[in-house]
Design a protein around this ligand. Structure first.
Ligand SMILES: NC(=O)c1ccc[n+]([C@@H]2O[C@H](COP(=O)([O-])OP(=O)(O)OC[C@H]3O[C@@H](n4cnc5c(N)ncnc54)[C@H](O)[C@@H]3O)[C@@H](O)[C@H]2O)c1
Ligand SMILES: N[C@@H](CCC=O)C(=O)O
Length: 542
């Protein structure tokens, strides 16, 4: 085995390619999209070294073209959950005893594969399976996922380097970062391929073995992630990818004695139920499980009267409508001073009128479809209720059409009540609600922003006046885990703005940071004494 204190390559953010007309990356991506649409993929589960095909299949269809069948995936049942746990535990000893630099190499290699030969393929899969346009797929499934892998390797070495500062004469104090005793369950959402990749790999990187269950609506790209990891040399059993109904998987996992932690991203309700189940079963586990969950948001933009109207409207239309508002960070409630409202409203109406909405294969479409029919129906219900409410004005959008895909127009509602339902609840779609306040009520509005929702994920203050920025920064201290000044509340970058929120938005363990990786290790302190005492008596006892 190699011996040495190795430095890992210094991580840099992966450059975002622009996919402009005539560019090589655009041609490659278009070819990958055509290729993916040219056949029906058959997607297995990955348990240990096996590709498992049950014959009980589910379908993958592009949300923007629900007549087209992209893939069939093989669904499992409780026996597959048990098999995945067994495979993980069988792989555990070899994996945790592998030198850290060998683990690091696998994930660095995976990053390189995504940066190069798999880039078009994983972006095309994300575009088709999750209805993301080329730019949104590029910043997610290519760049953010690559950044997670490279930066986490760097943070892992920083964690290993942190040692007790003092070893007095005759003593050597050290800390070993042990993987958790048992297996980790990674339960991932539909909306970011990068998050689906990060939740299992971050725990595995720290020496853990993982059972990974993605959202069914993200399986198409999850399958590419698994192909990349296998090509990068991840040994069988370290990450086991299963497609099993969530509650069914939960029944097996949360009652298993070797359950050592959950790495979750998804909705608040699901996370709270999982937490309760773990609490109820706590006596069954060998160790207290780590519970890490990044969940929902009701993210705000507050404009001060000193703000520039163009900055406000741009932050709103990008923050609220990129990826159809299906980012946990999406701006979904805005507080605009009366003096700015006419200009902000006009700008937003102009910008929204200029959006093209349609399939991802047409690169001129800024807006694509929402993820499922259930999401479409839920959004349509809220929009219809708003249209029927005399206290709500529809400023833009309000239409929807499911004939070809799950298309919901970017919609802006103006409400008279700052606690109107769409100011409080996460809808997870392209609906922005605006409340217009009197210019001299800035501080009062900050209090309302703080207490309107159970969430505290992201938020922005837009102001030229520095006192206003300072007041908002202080008053909204606990209203957002990612706080933006003069910017939209979306688009956190790994290595720059570690991401996560508190209150109803999660455990705030900041994905893509050292804080998160620390949740996947259990430190052991070792004290070694070189010349131990051989007599119990203190010197003064004679
Ligand atoms: N805070 C963050 O960093 C962050 C990032 C992305 C998404 N999100 C949140 O995720 C949500 C959208 O994603 P989603 O629709 O995939 O979330 P979801 O909660 O519906 O699903 C997340 C995962 O949990 C599984 N699941 C669902 N019900 C389950 C149950 N009863 N038992 C066990 N597993 C279950 C799903 O199959 C999926 O794999 C939004 O609320 C969004 O705000 C948060
Ligand atoms: N990290 C992403 C959001 C992830 C949630 O969906 C952002 O900052 O926009």
């Amino acid at each position: 085995m190699l011996k040495g204190f190795f430095n890992v390559p210094k991580p840099q953010n992966e450059p975002v390619l622009n996919y402009g007309p005539g560019s090589a990356e655009r041609a490659q991506l278009q070819a990958a999209l055509s290729e993916a649409r040219s056949y029906v993929a058959d997607i297995p589960m990955y348990i240990g070294a096996e590709e498992v095909r049950t014959g009980k299949t589910g379908e993958v269809r592009p949300p923007h073209d629900h007549q087209h069948l992209l893939a069939n995936f093989h669904e499992g049942d409780k026996t597959h959950v048990t098999a995945a746990i067994d495979a993980a535990l069988a792989a555990k000893e070899d994996w945790e005893n592998l030198a850290w630099e060998q683990r690091a190499s696998i994930f660095l290699r995976a990053a390189e594969l995504i940066s190069g030969p798999y880039r078009a393929k994983i972006n095309a899969a994300t575009m088709l399976g999750q209805s993301k346009n080329a730019y949104q797929a590029e910043i997610d499934s290519a760049c953010e996922f690559i950044d997670f892998l490279r930066f986490n390797v760097h943070y892992m070495t920083e964690i290993y380097q942190q040692q007790p500062p003092i070893s007095p004469k005759g003593v050597w104090n050290r800390v070993e970062q042990r993987p958790l005793e048992g297996f980790v369950f990674a339960l991932t959402p539909f909306n970011f391929t990068a998050i689906a990749g990060n939740l299992p790999t971050s725990a595995a990187m720290m020496g853990n073995v993982v059972v990974w269950k993605p959202a069914y609506t993200q399986i198409y790209a999850a399958n590419i992630i698994m192909q990349v990891l296998r090509e990068a040399g991840l040994p069988p059993g370290v990450i086991n990818l299963i497609y099993v109904d969530g509650p069914l998987a939960g029944d097996v996992i949360f009652s298993h004695p070797d359950f050592a932690g959950i790495h979750f991203t998804g909705s608040t309700g699901v996370f709270q139920n999982i937490w309760k189940t773990i609490g109820t079963n706590i006596h069954q586990y060998k160790t207290y499980p780590r519970i890490v969950g990044e969940t929902g948001g009701k993210d705000f933009v507050v404009a001060h009267p000193s703000a520039n109207a163009d900055v406000v409207s741009t932050a709103l239309v990008r923050g609220a409508f990129e990826y159809q508002g299906q980012k946990c960070s999406a701006a979904s409630r805005a507080y605009i001073p009366a003096s700015l409202w006419p200009a902000v409203k006009e700008n937003m109406q102009r910008d929204i009128a200029s959006f093209n909405m349609g399939p991802v294969e047409d690169f001129s479409n800024f807006i694509n479809a929402v993820i499922t029919e259930a999401s479409f129906d839920k959004l349509a219900k809220y929009i219809d209720a708003a249209k029927a409410d005399s206290n709500v004005e529809v400023i833009a959008g309000g239409g929807y059409d499911k004939s070809k895909g799950w298309f919901v127009e970017p919609t802006v509602l103006k409400v008279n009540d700052p606690y109107y339902v769409t100011m409080c609840e996460e809808l997870f779609g392209p609906v922005l609600t605006v409340y217009v306040y009197e210019d001299d009520k800035f501080e009062e509005i900050l209090d309302i922003v703080d207490k309107t929702s159970i969430y505290a994920l992201t938020g922005s203050i837009i102001a030229q006046d520095r006192y206003a920025v300072a007041i908002a920064t202080n008053k909204l201290r606990n209203a957002a885990g990612n706080f933006y000044i003069n910017d939209k509340p979306t688009g956190a970058v790994v290595g720059q703005q570690p991401f996560g929120g508190a209150r109803g938005s999660g455990t705030n363990d900041k994905a893509g940071s050292m804080i998160n990786l620390l949740r996947w290790v259990s430190p052991r302190t070792i004290k070694e004494t070189f010349d131990p005492p051989k007599d119990y008596r203190y010197p003064f006892l004679g």
